[in-house]
Design a protein around this ligand. Structure first.
Ligand SMILES: [Zn+2]
Length: 273
């Protein structure tokens, strides 16, 4: 069985030691009977001495042994651990790093690096985006800001106010549908699908995949919505390019990669007005 990826792309990734391709194929080396991850640090064999196979099982079936340097068999286990951790981080009470790493069977420091390498962001940043995603709904449903803070899963107000900055307006304004606010919005293509971006003069207030103007209006029914002018689009395109340049394991679930991508957008976003 050969890899589903085309050989030129695979060779290019192998030559660059591109970690983003780890788990998408393995490199079987004829001369040594060893198979490697694309990112293996070992010296590159000549192209005529390698075959690209879909995974470690295919390589073993073809009589190859796992490289002791890059440990290609660990890729699937690493990915499963990151996926399991992301589920825990998206919950109401995301565990701190030590408990998180223990829950998926890794040492904390090692797991932190692993998560960052596969997703492009830290576990804490992932948890923050998941929690911040709940803020707007909590503000709309709760009797007041204090109630919303706890409904969204915040232990203390200070973190809430830091995350509420992602709304591009005060929590009070968001709670009343963005009354008095003007939102400049646009829809742009990203490697992970169409993304709606909206901003006030104070900052970006929404990054949402697959959404359009209707969903934005539902989120901020009292706000004035304006199509983003050229300056906003230029800014948005730069943000997307910056996030798209961060290497991410392409075989992680799309929803997880989208959350990581939005996190990168928030991390790089600056006010525009
Ligand atoms: Zn190797």
């Amino acid at each position: 069985m050969s890899a589903t990826i085309d050989p030129d792309t695979a060779w290019d990734a192998f030559t660059r030691r591109d970690r983003a391709f780890d788990g998408r194929f393995v490199v079987a080396v004829h001369s040594t009977h060893i198979y490697c991850k694309p990112s293996c640090a070992a010296r590159r064999p000549r192209r005529e001495n390698v075959t690209f196979l879909s995974d470690a099982a295919a390589a073993r079936a073809a009589g190859y042994r796992a490289c002791r340097r890059c440990l290609p068999d660990s890729v699937a286990r690493d990915r499963q651990a990151v996926i399991a951790a992301a589920t825990l981080l998206a919950g109401d009470a995301p565990p701190p790093l030590t408990a998180l790493a223990a829950a998926v069977g890794y040492a904390p420091h090692h797991f932190h690096r692993l998560f960052h390498r596969l997703t492009g962001i830290t576990p804490a940043a992932y948890a923050r985006t998941c929690r911040a995603d709940r803020v707007l709904a909590a503000l709309r449903d709760a009797a007041g800001v204090t109630d919303a803070i706890y409904a969204a899963g915040y232990a203390a107000p200070s973190r809430f106010y830091a995350d509420a900055a992602r709304l591009g307006m005060t929590p009070q304004a968001a709670a009343v549908g963005g009354a008095g606010e003007t939102l400049h919005w646009m829809r742009l293509v990203t490697p992970l699908g169409p993304l709606l971006l909206a901003a006030t003069a104070r900052g970006w207030c929404r990054f949402a995949f697959d959404e359009d103007r209707d969903e934005l209006h539902a989120a901020f029914p009292a706000a004035t919505l304006l199509p983003g002018a050229r300056a906003w689009r230029t800014h948005a395109e730069a943000l997307i390019a910056q996030a798209a340049a961060v290497p991410v394991d392409g075989s992680l679930p799309r929803a997880l990669r989208r959350t990581a991508f939005r996190t990168l957008l928030h991390q790089n976003a600056t006010p525009i007005g």
